[in-house]
Each structure stands twice: as structure tokens, then as C-alpha cells.
Unconditional design. Sequence first.
Lengths: 365, 125
Amino acid sequence: MDRRPTLEARPPALIDRVVRLLVPVPCREHVVGDLWERYRSPTPFVVDALRTIPYVIASQVRRTSTFGGVVIQTFILTVTFVVGGGLRRAVPPVAAGLAALVLRDAYKRRVSVSAKQVAADVSVGLAAAIICESVLAFVWPALLLPWRSMIAWRSMIAFPLGFVMLFVLRLQNPGLGAHPRRFVSDAPLALDALTTEVRSFEGTRRRAMRIEAVTGLTLAVLLVVPLLFSTNWFIRIGWALMSAYGLYVAAVVTSRIAKPMPDGLDFDATTVFYRRELERHASSLETMWRWYFLPGTPGMVFIMIGGAVAAAERGRPMWPALTVMIASVVLVATVGHTGTRNTARKLRLRIDTLTRGRNDGPAEP
Amino acid sequence: MSNAESIGQFEHVVLAAVLALDDAAYGVTIHAKVEQLITPKTVSLGAVYATLDRLEDKGLVRSWLSNPTPERGGRSKRHYRLEPAGERALRDATIAAKRICDDLERIWGGDVWTAGRRWKPVRQH
């Protein structure tokens, strides 16, 4: 059967425009082209598009989002909005903000790297949360965040802080660990492309390390406040250890910032340099639980014990608070470990690709 | 023992379609070939794209964009080709399927290949 339509057989302009808008940008070219090729009349075209697009979006979301990234963003957004009105009322803005962030990642042509691009991504999440609240005001006011607690001092701190944390997290980890397939499987064929990739890798890594070091220093200073006002010695020791941990992170991370690649290297020398840097980064990620997460645990354990003791002194059961704290620590550690292990695995694939050398096979135009 | 990437049943069909179509393998033709292979079942074009994306991420197929063509509104086709790892995975999955077929043929007899037959399971005591 000849599936080829005549040149006159084309979808109505409005339907075509809507379909084009709905298909994520990275696969728009071939998906819309395939839908055009199958075009017979408007109704089957719409049905075909409606059956195709959800799969395409889901596949793109799978490619551009990681489990760890979604969990950490959910955690930050939940903490941000829970302060404003409790867990139940926080669900709609968290869900809307998260969906907007995930879809924004899926519809983008490239991973956001610059501060401006990351700020735009976070603004989309914030706008979605605000729109969600505006809609709720009309359709389900009982779920709306109460305006009294929204203007309370803790909300005024939590909201900006939450979105600043999202911004920093995304700026530090472009793509949140979701490396594009081409990065993993295609080796650059020319010196210029390879040098650009190495410089981009170095720049991103250096920025991530600096953000980590500044965050460590900031936490070391800020944690002095709870240290001074703590109710018992367990908690004080815990905050002191956490403050010292912030300094430790800043020092260790600073010592791990690599020197930039010298100029004027040829293709093979650049490949060797890049492979060595990727190897160093992968190995650093694989051992992260040991040099990054483990030193933070004594402080957390002291804080947890102190919290339980304080609860017992007030005649409250210590188990609920302790359970929540332990669950949070386990969750953060598991997500962190899974995320870093996956990123290290992708870097190992990248190293294998570079080791194999130049790819054969057809090149994309 | 082979260390090829393990694949699901639908991935197996899609890999077989890409191999069969050779240079003509792109979304529309792969979907048509897959529907032909799994007759009488049908499948949406989107499910084929999602599977191709997954296979590409596993390093079993590679893709590239062709030149734009007028019957597609001036848009390119994304062509697919099997990688060596994809051929290995396809071969392993086919050998496993063949083994299952041989066993079923032994249990059910030659009628195993009759399309549309209502099966009466043979109880083993």
C-alpha cells in the first residue's frame, strides 16, 4: 500500500500548530514529520497525534529527569510550602511546581547551563505554583495556602530560600544527572568539538565545586546560631559537629578543584587529558559516600539523640520525631548515593566511548 | 555466556523491525513493520518511539536525521540502525524465544504454529 499522501493532503494549519506545540522540541522534527506522512484527514490525524504525543512526552521526561533529581526537588518544594500552610495544603503548589520543572526540562532543546537559563527554569516552577494557587482560590478554596501564614516571617524566609536552593541545586548540577544520550555515546570527531566539550566540562565542574564550597562555609557560619540556642548538650555537640562538617566540605571540595587544561594540545593529548579528568570525577563520585556523606553522620546522630532526649524531657514520645529524622537521613543518603552512582556509571560509559576513539557509522547532518 | 543487554518482548520486536528494514528504518516504517510482526495486535506510533528512545539509551540502536522531504512538510526523518550490541541482544533474545517455541512444540505438538487456535493446556501430572 502506498502510504505517501499527495502534496495537497496536509493537516489544517491550526491543528498542525497545536500538535507542533505539544511535541517536545528535541523530537519535534521527526515526530511531526511522521504524523504528517501518515496524514489522511483531520480526525484520524488528531487521534493519531493524541495516541502518540503522551508516549513521546513520557519518553522525553524519562530522558531528561532523574529519580534523585525529582526526589530532591520534591523535598525542597515540600519544605518550602509546608511552612506556609501544612502538608495537605502544600500538595497542590508542590505538584504544580514540580510538574512545571520536569516538563520544562523535557521541552527544552538543551540542558540549562548558564545562571540566566537556570533562573528561567526555576521561575517557570514558581509561576506554576502561583497559577495553581490562583486557580484553587476559585475552585477549591479549602486547599489554598492561608494568607495569614503566607505573610508570616517564617514563610517570608522559606519561600525565597526554597527557590534560591532550587536555583543553586540546578546551577550546580545541570540536568540533575540526566546526561543527554549523545554526551554518553558519541565521541567528538574534531579537535574544536572536543576542546569545547572539555572546557564546558571544566567550567561546569569548577562552578559546582565553588558553589559547594561556599555552601559549606555558609552552613558552618549559620549553624553557630542553633549551637548557641540549643536546649541540651547532645544537640549542641551535634550542631558543633555539623558546623565543623561545613568547614570540612569547603576545604575538601576546594582541594579537589582541578587545574584547567593547557592550551595548544593536539587531539590525542586532549582526549587523554579529558579521559583522565572524567576518570577522576567518576571515581570521586563513586567514593562520595565515604569522603562526603560519612563525615556528616556523627553530627546528625548527636542531633537526633538530642532531639529524642529533649522530647522525653518534655514528656512527649520520642519515637515520632526520631523516626522522621532517621527516615529523612536515610532518604537523603539513598537518593544521594543512587544519583551519584548513576552519574558515575554514565561517566564510565563516556570514558569507554572516548577510549574506543572516533565513532564510525553515519554522522548526523 | 553472552553479556548482551537483556531486552523485553516489545523491544525484541522493534529491534527485529529495525534490522529487517535496514536503510529504510524510520518511525513510520518501523511502526508498520512492528504491526505486521505482532498481528493481530495493534500498537501506537508513540509506543514505538518510546521503545526506540529506550533502545538508543541502552546503546542498542543509533539514530540520525535525514534530509527534509516535502511530503513531510519539509521535515526530516529520524533513521535508526542496529549497533553491534543491539544485534547481540536481538540474537540472544531470539535464541531464547526459539527455545521456548521448541519446548511448546514438544508439549503442544505441531499445532503450535496454527494462528488463531484455541489452546487447551496440557496438564502435567
